[in-house]
Structures are given as structure tokens and as C-alpha cells.
Design a protein around this ligand. Structure first.
Ligand code: PAF
Length: 274
């Protein structure tokens, strides 16, 4: 695997590389990331991963400084997964001057996670567009665990007519159902044992919806109450339309249930399609 930090060197290395498939990450890679890398191989000739902890998408009181940085272990995993090229820019490589031009997503950036992380999706969309411009992939893969992020990126790609096929990868879970996430490493032993409750609750709501229950607000309210009873601090549990993440507007809409809740100091997100 070849590793580049400079934009010019990466661009030169990617000339004549055929169809480029790109998997952007913030590192601290787990089996969810590696599954995207493995799937990437089927979509083109050269698999490019990136590792960059993007300050723009973190709020002032969020975990940018303590976000786990495990570069050497990540490189070993990427090489073992058959990744051809790793782009690992420093902050000065990617933001040599203050990033004053940004991507401002529409209303979707203010709902669900956006309500609790103001500016987050602006930061994500901006860095992803910049990475797309640098890597110029034909295909890019993102995990469905960050469901709203995937939608923001799909919509941005379509509306800005970027010639990139966006592929969503299924969430990879631990045996007890907890969605794999770099932030799971923050959990204490007791919190780790409690954490699968989130997926169990989402699965229960999915089953109720499949059985025809349409009491969306009541299902959401019961889930928040159960989490809070068990010591979580919940930002939202929401039944939404898969198409635009708005609340269900009528019959025969494909739905998803999304949640974000804090266990101790760790904010976990998860979702399930119905
Ligand atoms: O999902 C992530 O790891 C990040 O949000 C991304 C897409 C790499 C942008 O920084």
C-alpha cells in the first residue's frame, strides 16, 4: 500500500489508475470500515482510503482532541484488506488556509443529529467534497451507520452533478448487536454491557412498525423513557421516511428508525431500516 499526505503527490500517483473507488474515514478502523474496504474492491481498479480527523465537523465541546488516532494499526489493517493507496493528509495539507468556502447543506442539516451538532453536516459535506475533488473517484463508499451523513452526501453528489456513484455499506455489529464505532472505545466495561440496549430498542420498534403499528410518537416516547430509565441521556429516537428523513407523511413509505443517546460521556448513534 502506498501512503501519501500531500495533495500533489496523491494526484500524480492516481494518474492512469483506472476506475478509482474511495473510502474516506477518520481512522481508528474497525470491522465496519474494513468491510467497506473489501466491498470497494468489487467496484473498480484502485481502492483509495483516506484517514483524516476533520476538525470542521466537530463542535467546540466535542471530542476532536481525544478522538482516537491509531495510525500504524490502521495502516496494517488497510494493507491487509488490500487497499492500494492511503491518503493521510495533515491539517496543513488539507486546509493550507482557513476553509472559508464551505458546503451548506439544506434543511436536512438541522434535523436529527444536526439539531444536536450544529455545523456538523456542513463540516462533513465540505471535507467530503474536497476529498472527492482531490481523489476524483468514480465510486465512494460510506457506512449506513451514519445514515443522515450518507443522505447528505448522496444529495450533495446528485445536486452538484458530481460523477460519483455513492454506495452505502450495511452497518457491522458486535455479536450482541452494538453497532461498531470508533467511539465504542470510550465506553467503560459497565457501559459496554449496557450499550446493546439501543439496538434492541430499535429492533423492537422496527418489529412493531412491520406489524402495522403507526403510533410513531408513542413508540418514540416509550423508547426514550426506557433508555432514560436505564441511565442514558437521549437526544432523539425518531421514526422517519427513508427517502428524506422527514416524519412519515402517509401510507406505504419505507421507514427507518434513528437514535442518538449518551451513555456516560459517550454519544452513540444507531439506526435500523424497516
Ligand atoms: O464518517 C466519517 O468517518 C467522516 O464523517 C467522514 C465521512 C470521513 C468525513 O470526515
Amino acid at each position: 500500500m502506498d501512503i501519501y499526505s500531500g495533495v500533489a503527490e496523491l494526484r500524480a500517483a492516481l494518474r492512469n489508475c483506472g476506475r478509482i473507488v474511495f473510502v474516506p474515514t477518520m481512522g481508528n478502523l474497525h470491522a465496519g470500515h474494513i468491510s467497506l474496504m473489501t466491498q470497494a474492491r468489487a467496484h473498480g481498479d484502485t481502492v483509495v482510503a483516506s484517514i483524516f480527523v476533520n476538525r470542521l465537523q466537530f463542535g467546540p465541546n466535542e471530542d476532536f482532541d481525544k478522538y482516537p488516532r491509531t495510525f500504524q494499526a490502521d495502516c496494517d489493517k488497510l494493507a491487509a484488506a488490500g487497499v492500494d493507496v492511503l491518503f493521510a493528509p495533515t491539517e496543513t495539507d488539507l486546509y493550507p488556509e482557513p476553509q472559508e468556502y464551505t458546503v451548506e447543506p439544506p434543511a436536512i442539516q438541522h434535523m436529527l443529529d444536526g439539531e444536536f451538532r450544529p455545523g456538523h453536516f456542513r463540516g462533513v459535506a465540505t471535507v467530503v467534497l474536497k476529498l472527492f475533488n482531490i481523489v476524483q473517484p468514480q465510486v465512494a463508499l460510506f457506512g449506513k451507520k451514519d445514515y443522515q451523513q450518507l443522505m447528505v452526501i448522496r444529495n450533495m453528489t446528485r445536486q452538484l452533478a458530481l460523477p460519483i456513484n455513492i454506495v452505502g455499506g450495511e452497518t457491522v455489529r458486535a455479536e450482541d448487536g452494538l453497532a461498531l464505532s470508533s467511539r465504542n472505545g470510550y465506553l467503560s466495561v459497565a457501559e459496554r454491557a449496557e450499550a446493546p440496549r439501543l439496538h434492541r430498542l430499535l429492533s423492537r420498534i422496527r418489529d412493531a412498525l412491520r406489524a402495522g403499528d403507526t403510533r410513531y410518537a408513542e413508540l418514540e416516547r416509550m423508547a426514550v423513557a426506557e433508555l432514560d430509565q436505564a441511565g442514558w441521556k437521549t437526544d432523539y429516537v425518531a421514526v422517519r421516511q427513508q427517502s428524506d428523513l422527514n416524519p412519515p407523511s402517509g401510507a406505504r413509505q419505507a421507514l427507518a428508525v434513528l437514535a442518538a443517546s449518551r451513555l456516560g460521556n459517550t454519544r452513540l448513534i444507531d439506526n435500523i431500516e424497516v
